[in-house]
Structure formats: structure tokens, C-alpha cells
Write a new protein. Structure first.
Length: 255
């Protein structure tokens, strides 16, 4: 059943967000992305700090070693992003950030390769972390999958808009995003078979998962929310952030 749950969770996370992006109009997508960014910020932080890290620290692993793993995880995802192998931007032309002309074409790269490679690595990592969470506890697995889906939806919406604005047809942009989304399934399956024999490593992988969620929230999402906005827009940000946090804490713990 664990492998079935992993397959289902990674498939939902890898494909649902792409279908949401493809099923809505460009104008509507541009309006909903800011709300999705606020919502996913709350889900990521609530899951990482309220569920994943507490679960990891409940085991017999050294607290000092787990904190060093957290630090290493943050640096690891920072370096992956530096070499453009871990993409989670939601910026695109027309998002209100005054990007230069041909910004989306530059983001997409030659033939969309930059989007495809960056998203594939990102989704593969998510799949491995989801597998590790399910091997620890099914409840934690679904919580981790929820966090992954929360930040994948605005991610895939942003990439879909980048590809459209770079000159891709809707069908081609959908195909590229679906292909990169399936990397989550591959990561989940490989994670299941490679991690299962080494159960002692699960607390450390949980900390890596938490570092991933915290990094995405703090390094990418929160800076997008820090722009000077009218009070109504600020209140909307706080509301969606609170909804994301409430969603994670409203679900019961697995123990």
C-alpha cells in the first residue's frame, strides 16, 4: 500500500498542477497566482515546522546531527538554484514586477530546455521526499504531498505562462509541463526502493524535506509577498497565508 500511496501522491502533485494551469485562461491565471503564492507559503511553513521537523526529532537520531542536516539542506537547495537545476520561480511577463521585454523567452531557454530541466529536478526531489515521508508514516506522507502540491501549483502556473509568452502553443506548453511533472513519480518510485532498506536515514531525509519547504517559502515565496501594496491586497495576502497554515494544523497528527 505504501508504494501505491507514493504513486498516487506524486501523480497528483506532478499532474494536477499542470492540468490546473492548462485549464484556466491566461488572464485568470495571472490573477490567481498571487493568492496561490500566499496560500502555499502557509502550507509549506506549517507542514515543515508543525509536522515534518517534529516527526524527525522524535526519533533516536542526534539533535545536533539533525540541525546540521537542516543547515546542509538549506545550503544544498541554495546551490542547486544557483546552478539553475532547481527552479521554483513564479515570475513572468505581466505579473506586475516590471520584467524586461523577452523576459519569458529568456526564462524558457532554448526550446524550453531551462524550464524542463529545472522543473524536472525540482519535481524529482519532491518525489524522493514524499517517498521518505510515506516510509516514515502515511499521515506524514500525505502532509508532505500536500505541501509539495501547494507549491507546485503556482510553480507550474508560472512556468506555463512563461512558455506561452515565449511563443509556445498551449498544447506544447502543456506537454512540456506534464513531462517535467512526471519526474515526481520517478523520484517517488526510486525513493521507495532506495530508501526502504535504510530506515535509519529517514529522520535525516525528513529534515531535508523540511529544509526544502522552508527554503522555497523563505527564499522565493515570502520575498514576492514583500512588495508595498494597498491595505486590501496586504490583508488578502495575510488571509491566504493564514488559510494555508490553518489547513496544515487542522489535520490531525498521525500519532
Amino acid at each position: 500500500m505504501t508504494l501505491t500511496f507514493i504513486l498516487l501522491a506524486t501523480l497528483i502533485g506532478g499532474v494536477l498542477s499542470v492540468l490546473v494551469a492548462a485549464g484556466l485562461s491566461t488572464a485568470l491565471l495571472s490573477r490567481v497566482v498571487p493568492h496561490l503564492v500566499s496560500l502555499s507559503t502557509g502550507v509549506l511553513l506549517g507542514t515543515a515546522l508543525g509536522h515534518v521537523l517534529p516527526e524527525a526529532f522524535e526519533g533516536a537520531a542526534s539533535t545536533h546531527a539533525l540541525f546540521l542536516t537542516l543547515l546542509g539542506g538549506l545550503l544544498f537547495f541554495f546551490l542547486l538554484e544557483k546552478v539553475e537545476l532547481y527552479r521554483h520561480t513564479h515570475h513572468h511577463e505581466g505579473d506586475g514586477h516590471a520584467h524586461h521585454h523577452h523576459f519569458d523567452r529568456d526564462q524558457a531557454g532554448r526550446g524550453g530546455l531551462a524550464v524542463l530541466v529545472g522543473d524536472s529536478v525540482h519535481n524529482f526531489c519532491d518525489g524522493v521526499l514524499i517517498a521518505a515521508a510515506f516510509l516514515t508514516d502515511p499521515h506524514l506522507g500525505w502532509m508532505t504531498a500536500l505541501a509539495a502540491i501547494a507549491h507546485e501549483i503556482p510553480q507550474e502556473v508560472g512556468d506555463y505562462l512563461v512558455l506561452l509568452n515565449a511563443g509556445f502553443t498551449r498544447a506544447r506548453a502543456l506537454a512540456y509541463n506534464l513531462l517535467s511533472g512526471l519526474a515526481a513519480v520517478l523520484g517517488g518510485v526510486l525513493g521507495y526502493y532506495l530508501i526502504q532498506p535504510f530506515s535509519a536515514l529517514l529522520p535525516y531525509l525528513m529534515v531535508v524535506a523540511a529544509s526544502c519547504f522552508v527554503y522555497v517559502a523563505v527564499a522565493d515565496l515570502i520575498p514576492q509577498l514583500q512588495r508595498r501594496l494597498p491595505w486590501r491586497a496586504t490583508a488578502s495576502q495575510l488571509l491566504w497565508l493564514a488559510v494555508g497554515l490553518a489547513a496544515t494544523f487542522a489535520l490531525p497528527n498521525g500519532h
